[in-house]
Ligand binder design. Structure first.
Ligand code: HEC
Ligand code: HEC
Length: 95
């Protein structure tokens, strides 16, 4: 059995790779990953805590009803107002 040495070496390498895989996985995967699906659950609260920047065409229409009508009748009807103009929060902060 002169070849068993190679087998033991191969097995040793496999064990080292498997153990490093488990250790790296432990440190690389964020704590909240997998709590509610295959994503980082903490990301939901982080994203929700960011300030709102964009509105939608309804928020523009409150003050620019005439423009909403013009747009609805034209070829740009499917294009949202904020694609061409700045986001609503950089423009209409108060009444
Ligand atoms: C709270 C009311 C309000 C909201 C909501 C609002 N606007 Fe306005 N907007 C105004 C007022 C008031 C002016 C200034 C009008 C003027 O100077 O004659 C203005 C001016 C503008 C102008 C410049 C007009 C010019 O003559 O230079 C643009 C473009 C515009 N708004 C686009 C938008 C878009 C796009 C949205 C939605 C993302 C939006 N507005 C939401 C009130 C609003
Ligand atoms: C395809 C790009 C585009 C979209 C979408 C768009 N606009 Fe405009 N808007 C323009 C351009 C370009 C002007 C300047 C037109 C001009 O000076 O004749 C303008 C002008 C305006 C003005 C100033 C008008 C004036 O009398 O001076 C307002 C207010 C405005 N847009 C609001 C809106 C609102 C509200 C929406 C969504 C309902 C919207 N726009 C969607 C491109 C767009």
């Amino acid at each position: 059995m002169e070849h068993t040495k190679h087998l033991w070496r191969a097995l040793g390498i496999l064990v080292v790779v498997a153990v490093s895989g488990v250790v790296i996985r432990h440190f690389a995967i964020p704590d909240s990953f997998g709590e509610a699906g295959s994503y980082r659950y903490d990301a939901l609260a982080e994203i929700a805590s960011k300030p709102v920047v964009h509105g939608n065409d309804i928020s523009c229409r409150e003050c620019h009803a005439d423009m909403a009508e013009t747009k609805a009748a034209g070829k740009h009807a499917p294009v949202r107002c904020e694609v061409c103009h700045a986001p609503v929060t950089t423009h209409a902060r108060d009444g």
